[in-house]
Ligand binder design. Structure first.
Ligand code: PHE
Length: 457
């Protein structure tokens, strides 16, 4: 096998993988879900799932990558010839996500510009966000984001991805901790004299809200936590297989997985500490303020920053944080696709990066213009961006995860993964892993698929 370039050691690998995992999903989707799904209740369920389902899927992806030394399509093919199709589906997921992730990256860049170049007031002007995304010129920001990603990927695994992640990830952690502490110290007095504090918001975030809990609600919360987990850990889309293929044989997979999970979950938890108390204090505790999706980040939060002392600085730092997180995720998406193009066509890095950037740009236009000049086109009543998000996260990723579990659990057998982990250390939770990959994970994936197909459309 051709010697590939790779990460220089376990720290580089863990930080790059954590860079992929920590993204907008941690910073805006996690806090929103936690607030919606009963605070501490969601947190507890999420934590249990990270340690079981998340651990299993992440370990499997990384072990497959390192053992085969190949990126997704070829990794599955070399496990079993007939399973190449699974590699192809896996390959399509990052292609789709990359195109719309760059669009969202562009939105974030725009907000950094608003906070750094202006006073941040523009961000709270009427319809600022809607006007921006419905204007075709927003495409420029997406292009800048994509080009920045391409430059880093072009520089290679060790000199590009690892170097950038080793710098960005610690900075990101310091920023999240800093803003979270700031958020907890917030305080305001409402017109009727009631005082609202960040610490009260903290209580809303942490206390499990069991009021009106039914089996159905419990299932719904678990499903939300499960699909969040998928997206957040960047599993089942070839990324961790690709990164695993760059991992040194002497590094420890099990402890790396634990470290990635701790990093990812910690940042998600801390962003909840930023967002939930801040919105609680300044939006009068209105639950709807913690709205789903983009409006929380691009409309509600700017309004919260406006109310704060030093809001412009906090806003600038916050959006900088978000863009750094989004950048390391976007790098991992592009690297996954580029590595497959390199392997398939035996091209050098420059042409591979150029082709991948060009094609994602073209597909990305659907997402950008889907909100502006092509907004009349919808699929299942969704704009292109929302449709891409839906199909990749709710349909394709669970299918990939389900099939991977079947392949590893019953076709090549769990020893395929276990042997790779035991190359240099004892696999401490082997028993749990076997039960998870054969039975529990497939059931969870079927549940996600079922709910996506029958409850969400
Ligand atoms: N894991 C990233 C997040 O939490 C999202 C992501 C998805 C990154 C797909 C790469 C690929 O935001």
């Amino acid at each position: 096998m051709k010697q590939k370039s790779g990460f220089s050691g376990q720290i580089g690998f863990v930080l790059a993988a954590a860079g992929s995992a920590v993204g907008v999903g941690n910073l805006w989707r996690f806090p929103y879900l936690a607030a919606k799904d009963g605070g501490g209740l969601f947190l507890i369920i999420y934590l249990v799932l990270v340690l079981t389902v998340g651990f299993t899927l992440l370990t499997t992806d990384i072990a497959i990558g390192r053992k085969t030394g190949k990126s997704a399509i070829y990794a599955y093919e070399s496990m079993r010839k007939k399973w190449k199709f699974l590699g192809v589906i896996t390959f399509i997921v990052p292609v789709i996500i990359m195109t719309y992730y760059a669009v969202i990256g562009g939105w974030i860049l725009k907000y950094i510009a608003i906070y750094i170049l202006g006073s941040g007031k523009e961000a709270v002007a009427d319809n600022c966000f809607t006007n921006f995304i419905t204007s075709p010129s927003s495409v420029w920001y997406g292009i800048i984001f994509m080009l920045l990603t391409a430059i880093i990927v072009y520089n290679g695994v060790e000199k590009g991805i690892e170097r950038v992640s080793k710098f960005i990830m610690p900075v990101l952690l310091v920023m999240v901790v800093g803003i979270a502490i700031f958020s907890l110290t917030l305080k305001t007095t409402l017109d009727d004299g009631t005082v609202r504090t960040g610490l009260q918001g903290l209580k809303v975030y942490l206390t499990p809200d069991m009021s009106g809990i039914t089996v159905q609600k419990f299932l719904q919360v678990s499903l939300d936590a499960m699909s969040q987990l998928f997206f957040s850990l960047s599993v089942s889309m070839g990324i961790m297989i690709t990164y695993g293929s760059y991992m040194r044989k002497e590094d420890n997979i099990e402890s790396s997985v634990r470290q990635i999970e701790v990093f990812d979950t910690l940042v998600a938890f801390l962003s909840g500490l930023i967002i939930v108390p801040a919105v609680f204090v300044f939006s009068g505790g209105d639950e709807n303020a913690l709205n789903a999706g983009p409006s929380l980040m691009f409309i509600t939060l700017p309004n919260v920053f406006k109310e704060m002392l030093g809001g412009q600085i906090v806003g600038a730092v916050f959006f900088l944080l978000v863009v750094l997180a989004a950048m390391t995720s976007s790098i991992s998406l592009m690297e996954t696709v580029v590595s497959i193009v390199e392997e398939r066509f035996h091209w050098k890095r420059i042409p591979s990066c150029l082709i991948v950037t060009g094609i994602s740009f073209l597909i990305g236009l659907l997402s950008v213009f889907g909100y502006s000049i092509w907004s009349d086109f919808t699929i299942f009543h969704m704009q292109f961006l929302d449709f891409f998000d839906y199909i990749s996260n709710n349909i394709m990723m669970p299918i990939v995860a389900l099939m991977t579990c079947v392949l590893v659990g019953f076709v090549v057998k769990t020893t395929f993964v276990e042997d790779e982990i035991e190359k240099n250390a004892r696999f401490r939770v082997k028993g749990l892993y076997r039960v998870m990959i054969k039975f529990i994970c497939p059931i969870c994936m079927l549940l996600i698929l079922f709910s996506a197909l029958f409850l969400k459309l």
